[in-house]
Design a protein around this ligand. Structure first.
Ligand SMILES: *Cc1c(COP(=O)(O)O)cnc(C)c1O
Length: 363
């Protein structure tokens, strides 16, 4: 059986190191916000190239705490997309703000830059562009539009740990950037985890307070916070994975090259990589007209491909007619019927890659 992602294979790659580090934490007498978290935060901020990083409980919390740190709430609008993990939108809702959904580019699947401007008004407080599948949005243009309109930029980097735009790491462009470290992500824990990066001392301080009851001192809250702490075991695992992230991303890129070279281009539309982008292939997504049949055919041959995502967020029950959408979301609604995520993860063997390509080309 071949799956789209395989966190267990990744665990097996680093099994000895991970087991050793878990045991170290277990015997350390400190299980929450100790040295592992501190060191991870230091190492991750150095890796991304920001002044600060903060460990939190998961990627959804990372987005929610970022919005709260920027005082975004009731009556405010935040521009984002519906072709993303539902968390991007639910985090905006959770702070009481209104998501405003704009369309995507059907070839890169990222936010359509031209749609952003039309949807900015007095209520707009932030944009959350999603670096989907491992590739940067048009971050330079979006950064500019944010500055011109005096609105915040929050990057959702949950699918692009280690990806770059013009040699600069994603997560270093926004006022704040948010990362999920869910087990299947490029930098994945063995459980839930999240990270936030920023260059602002002010946001850093506030997010650190927000993740632990709004405390300034132990037991003394100066603002209304909550609990979104990262635990020591997950942090210690992430430190091991972070040391190997570049190497693991290169393996993903190698698999992507193999797919690109060998898949039948008359049958499948392959990922488009924009000029200045270093794409880290969290997912390798193709488009095809016979998607549902192909999915079943692959399944019957032991290959479990995925769909990211099968239904745009604005059409899901929880949000249908409950969120603001710009008039036309035709690309968002079109691509979800055509897309298929092929298996891609650092440990995917060449034999499996060949099997996948031959099944696809035979279909
Ligand atoms: C995974 C993901 C999230 C949510 O992260 P969790 O850790 O599951 O809360 C948010 N945004 C994007 C783009 C994601 O891929």
């Amino acid at each position: 059986m071949i799956y789209t992602a395989n966190p267990n294979a990744q665990f097996n790659s680093y099994k000895k190191k991970i087991e050793k580090s878990i045991s170290k934490v277990l015997n350390s007498k400190k299980y929450i916000l100790g040295n592992e978290v501190k060191n991870l935060e230091k190492e991750f901020s150095q890796y991304i190239g920001t002044k600060f990083a903060i460990g939190v409980a998961n990627g959804t919390d990372a987005l929610e705490l970022a919005l709260k740190a920027l005082n975004i709430g009731m009556g405010d609008e935040v521009i984002t997309v519906a072709h993303t993990a539902v968390a991007t939108v639910s985090a905006i809702k959770s702070v009481g703000a209104d998501p405003v959904i704009v369309d995507i580019n059907p070839d890169t699947y990222t936010i359509d830059y031209n749609q952003i401007k039309k949807n900015i008004n007095k209520k707009t407080k932030a944009i959350i562009p999603v670096h989907i599948y491992g590739q940067s949005v048009e971050i330079d243009k979006i950064q500019k539009i944010c500055k011109q309109n005096n609105i915040f930029l929050i990057e959702d980097v949950s699918q692009a740990h280690g990806a770059k735009f013009k040699k600069k790491k994603l997560g270093s462009f926004g006022d704040i950037a948010c990362f999920s470290c869910y087990p299947t992500k490029n930098l994945g824990a063995i459980g839930d985890a999240g990270l936030i990066t920023t260059n602002s001392n002010k946001y850093y301080t506030k997010i650190k307070m927000l993740r632990e009851y709004g405390w300034t001192d132990r037991y003394i809250s100066s603002i209304n916070g909550r609990n979104s702490r990262l635990d020591e075991i997950q942090a210690s695992i992430l430190r091991i994975k972070l040391k190997n992230l570049d190497k693991d991303n290169l393996r993903r890129i190698k698999i992507a090259k193999f797919y690109n070279k060998n898949l039948d281009k008359n049958k499948y539309s392959l990922p488009l990589i924009l000029k200045n982008n270093f794409h880290v292939f969290h997912l390798f997504v193709i488009k095809t007209n016979n998607r549902n049949k192909l999915l079943k055919y692959l399944q019957s041959n032991g290959v479990f491909a995925g769909i990211h995502y099968p239904k745009p967020i604005h059409l899901q029950k929880a949000y249908y007619k409950r969120i603001k959408t710009s008039s036309n979301l035709k690309n968002t609604e079109f691509v979800c019927k055509k897309i298929l995520s092929l298996p891609i993860y650092p440990e995917l063997t060449i034999l499996d890659q060949k099997k996948i390509v031959s099944l696809l080309n035979k279909f």
